[in-house]
Write a protein that binds this ligand. Structure first.
Ligand code: ADP
Ligand code: MG
Length: 306
């Protein structure tokens, strides 16, 4: 197969591992910097150019699109889709999962466990908004935040009110959320491929920190997850339409709750914590899907002739 990896930097652990896994399985791989791709959107023959070169068709594309380049990155990915290249994660699914509010709305419709969450526009709704999520302590999140930046714990209703009003004054979109204290500053990253959780790790925030992000000094360890956690993670990924996802769960008193569904989950933390070849599993998944697609296509052709 000819596989393209959309990534800004071939030296990143995840990119490097995917290249290694694909090459190791006999595929031809090319890493493309998504911001240096440009698109020919002509009727009937959509194309992608790269540094002056017209790219030949790839069989599959693995998007590793950073949050800061979501708009352009998903547009380039969509262009590959228009050319008939199989995307490991589809552009619409990535766009969907990048919007925290939209994601939670979709997950709530499917009855997937979530922390009680509120969203509002006007400061005069603030008191009722706080009541709606069962009062303080509560968590306030910038809709655009990642890696734990923009996630604030307000210990009292007064603090919550001031922070919410301050963010609203800055015209930032925020979510207000029930604080899952019993999670104890830990969350569970479930790595989903297709309809399976292939690996899971627990991330524990450093002393005195409620955010477990590895970027905020959290540490990862192995964990056994329950069947309920497993099915919650798989259903969450499916709801977003993602083949590959990092689903983050908290263990709450009312069962597992989903915090977010990441469409370009990093490999370094999870491969090191579990010693599993998760890059290889992603390549195998692509191989299987492409084989299914081509046998389905040849079946249609045979039927068409008959
Ligand atoms: P980001 O996209 O910045 O990672 P998250 O929503 O994942 O934002 O929040 C970052 C971390 O903060 C989580 O991994 C979790 O440890 C903690 N956290 C977030 N929301 C809650 C909550 N409602 N209750 C308890 N802890 C939370
Ligand atoms: Mg997170």
């Amino acid at each position: 197969m000819k596989i393209a990896i959309l990534s800004r930097n071939p030296k990143l652990y995840s990119t490097h591992r995917l290249v290694e896994a694909a090459t190791g399985r006999g595929h031809e791989v090319r890493v493309l910097d998504v911001l240096r791709c440009y698109m020919d959107i002509t009727s009937n023959r959509p194309g992608v150019h790269y540094k002056g070169e017209v790219l030949a068709r790839f069989d599959a594309v693995i998007p590793r699109i950073g949050a800061s380049v979501t708009f352009y990155g998903t547009a380039v990915l969509r262009q590959f889709e228009m050319m008939g290249t199989y995307p490991l994660n589809e552009s619409v699914a990535i766009t969907r999962s990048r919007d925290k509010l939209r994601s939670l709305q979709l997950l709530s419709r499917k009855g997937i466990g979530l922390p009680v969450t509120g969203f509002a526009h006007k400061p005069d709704d603030v008191k009722d908004l706080i009541k709606m999520v069962n009062g303080a302590p509560l968590v306030i999140k910038l809709l655009e935040g990642t890696q734990g930046i923009g996630v604030v714990l307000a210990e009292t209703a007064k603090a919550a009110e001031s922070v919410i009003e301050a963010f609203m004054g800055l015209k930032a979109n925020i979510l207000v959320q029930e604080f899952i204290k019993e999670a104890g500053g830990a969350d569970i990253r479930c790595f989903v491929i297709g309809d399976k959780v292939v690996a899971a790790m627990k991330r524990q925030g450093k002393e005195g920190e409620f955010r477990s992000n590895l970027h905020r000094g959290g540490s990862a360890s192995l964990i056994r997850i329950t069947p309920e956690e497993r099915s919650t993670a798989v259903r969450a990924a499916k709801t977003m339409g993602l083949n590959v996802a990092g689903v983050d769960l908290l263990r709450s008193n009312h069962g597992p709750v989903v915090l977010e569904v990441n469409s370009s989950p990093g490999l370094e933390g999870i491969e090191n914590a579990t010693s599993k070849d998760i890059a290889g599993m992603q390549i195998q998944f692509i191989e299987k899907r492409l084989a299914e697609n081509s046998s389905a296509a040849s079946l249609t052709k045979t039927r068409g002739r008959g």
